[in-house]
Design a protein around this ligand. Structure first.
Ligand code: NAP
Length: 251
């Protein structure tokens, strides 16, 4: 199997997309560690799905708004299993606030979104750098959003956090080369996910209407793009939009 002997950390593995990425990496032979913040049962189900398919997995609680908790999480992995080859920065938080409602976007909401969606991926990459660079090098895959390319999605804070994550990808690709490849998947609307259900209806309907392929994304599409990145040795600093082809996001 392509990822036999590799260890992957998938943040937000209790969520819809993170759970699917974890199962996909596990099916390719990786030992998968998923994080969650509140949904321990969902994280345990992801891990047991990986094991039921013949793989190995574990789950760790992590509030990634807390820098000390990030350090402790990576220290726990350094202690056991003592290896990390793939970091998927998938966890994120959103809340639906239509863009024109500026007064509803409080500084507390802004901080929660930016700390979870942008600061934490940097802190995780920084904490994991030594492990990722060992044993021939590794991969980071960030999960951003098409809303980080064109202004849209659940809120101004979310869209801005994902724009930052797209550029963080490029900055880390330079900073962590040549040992670590850093890439990003930018999903558009992903059907049947909790996060998509928190989008304003007009945003979801607009995405479905504009997708030139006649469909938006599904969780498996995102997991397949993650697999493409982590099995490549020649791609870094890239942001791949997976959204069914929305003209406003084609750059
Ligand atoms: N769904 C979409 O349509 C869509 C579109 C574009 C981009 N994306 C991106 O895809 C990724 C996954 O989205 P999803 O749809 O799978 O979302 P989801 O089902 O809501 O999952 C979000 C995950 O993040 C975790 N999380 C939230 N706050 C956290 C914190 N402070 N510390 C640690 N973990 C935290 C959650 O943990 P608990 O389960 O324990 O709460 C959950 O595992 C995100 O980066 C999202 O921005 C999604």
């Amino acid at each position: 199997m392509q990822l036999s002997g590799k260890v992957a950390l998938v943040t937000g593995g209790s969520g819809d997309i993170g759970g699917t990425i974890a199962r996909r990496l596990g099916a390719a032979g990786a030992h998968v560690i998923v994080t969650y913040i509140g949904q321990a049962q969902a994280a345990a189900e992801t891990a047991s799905d990986v094991e039921a398919a013949g793989g190995t997995a574990g789950a760790l609680q992590l509030d990634q708004r807390d820098p000390a908790a990030i350090e402790a999480c990576i220290a726990a992995i350094a202690a056991d299993p003592g290896q990390l080859d793939i970091l998927v920065n998938n966890a994120a938080w959103n809340i639906g606030i239509p863009f024109p409602q500026l007064d509803d976007l409080t500084s507390d909401i802004w901080d929660r979104v930016l700390e979870t969606n942008l600061r934490a991926p940097f802190l995780l990459a920084r904490a994991a750098a030594t492990l990722l660079k060992a044993d021939g090098g590794g991969h980071i895959v960030n999960i951003s959003s098409a809303g980080g390319i064109a202004p849209g999605s659940s809120s101004i804070a979310y869209s801005s956090s994902k724009a930052g994550l797209n550029h963080l990808t490029r900055c880390l690709a330079v900073a962590m080369a040549p040992e670590v490849a850093v890439n990003c998947v930018a999903p558009g609307l992903v059907e049947d996910t909790r996060m998509a259900k928190r989008l304003p209806d007009a945003v979801s309907a607009g995405a479905r209407r504009q997708a030139v392929l006649g469909r938006v994304g599904e969780v498996e599409d995102i997991a397949e793009q993650v697999m493409t990145y982590v099995t490549s040795t020649s791609i870094t600093g890239q942001v791949m939009v997976v959204d069914g082809g929305m003209p406003g996001v084609m750059r």
